[in-house]
Design a protein around this ligand. Structure first.
Ligand SMILES: Cc1cc2nc3c(=O)[nH]c(=O)nc-3n(C[C@H](O)[C@H](O)[C@H](O)COP(=O)(O)O)c2cc1C
Length: 266
């Protein structure tokens, strides 16, 4: 590609991308820029991108991560119940994992709509007392013992991560980009699901810690918001119960992979 063409193409790409994704940094592949040092030198903005790409490439070679390492962590994540209060890691480590996951999980247009509340100890127990109380009012009396046992099982764990999406952020996206208005609620939920998966996988990567995903929303939403002063724009999507593993994960059926994935092209 001739230098002028590359400069025009790169500026066009950058301006289109920044219109579509205003807060997303845009880097051209380092090799492409490296092949045209004069262009890089002439444009401070490109120079910055060049440095960014060089740094990223340097970081990648310093800490190589193969797909197999990632897939091993993904395979290691399973549903575990019951869980104990014996956490093999500190509360601080759980908090660190949650914060890192929130910072690095993607969201549409980088809207950052995910919100999280982590409950430990007595607050975690309070959550499952709230759920029990609400369910007692609606589950038939003769079926309630099984429900109460289940709630006690969750209460016996060490903590719960509550996942929310911020509706105010979604509404702002809808106002800013009317063309995608009907897509933003779904994208916010997808981003939240990614975060759930990241935290679930990361916690279980720490060793003898297990987790299971629950959905007592919307039944518990109002009481949760009141108890932990959750902003009214935060919509509860899921609860991840975590604690010490007390046994193995159950068996898991798999539909043949050939029925689920197709590949095309040479
Ligand atoms: C979107 C979603 C919703 C789920 N909801 C629940 C739930 O409400 N209660 C529950 O016990 N497990 C729930 N699960 C866990 C699944 O049952 C479980 O992930 C699945 O059976 C596969 O087992 P694994 O987690 O051990 O791989 C949910 C999982 C996903 C991805």
């Amino acid at each position: 590609m001739r230098p002028q063409v590359l400069a025009v193409t790169s500026s066009l790409l950058r301006s289109t991308t920044s219109r579509l994704f205003p807060s997303t940094s845009f880097a051209l592949p380092g090799l492409l820029l490296a092949a045209h040092p004069t262009i890089v030198k002439a444009q401070p903005q490109l120079q910055q991108q060049f440095l960014y790409t060089q740094q990223t490439t340097a970081n990648m070679s310093a800490t190589p991560i193969s797909a197999n390492s990632v897939l091993d962590l993904i395979k290691n994540r399973r549903t575990y119940y019951p869980l104990s209060k014996d956490l093999p890691i500190s509360k601080e480590r759980v908090s660190e994992i949650v914060k890192e996951a929130v910072l690095h999980t993607p969201s549409s247009f980088n809207a950052q709509s995910n919100r999280v509340v982590v409950l430990f100890g007595a607050d975690h127990e309070k959550l499952w007392d709230i759920a029990t109380e609400i369910l007692k009012a609606i589950v038939p009396a003769d079926a309630f013992q099984a429900t109460a046992d289940k709630m006690n099982m969750f209460k016996g764990a060490a903590g719960t991560v509550l996942f929310f999406e911020d509706e105010k952020t979604v509404q702002k996206q809808q106002a800013d980009y009317p063309m995608y208005a009907d897509k933003f609620p779904g994208w916010a939920t997808q981003s939240d699901a990614m975060l759930q998966f990241v935290i679930w996988t990361a916690l279980e990567a720490e060793g003898a810690i297990g987790a299971n995903l629950q959905h007592y929303n919307p039944l518990i939403n109002e009481k949760v918001a009141a108890e932990w002063k959750v902003p009214s724009d935060w919509k509860l999507n899921a609860q991840l119960v975590f604690g010490g593993k007390t046994g193995e994960a159950g068996p898991k059926d798999q539909i043949p992979i050939e029925e689920r994935v197709k590949f095309f092209g040479a």
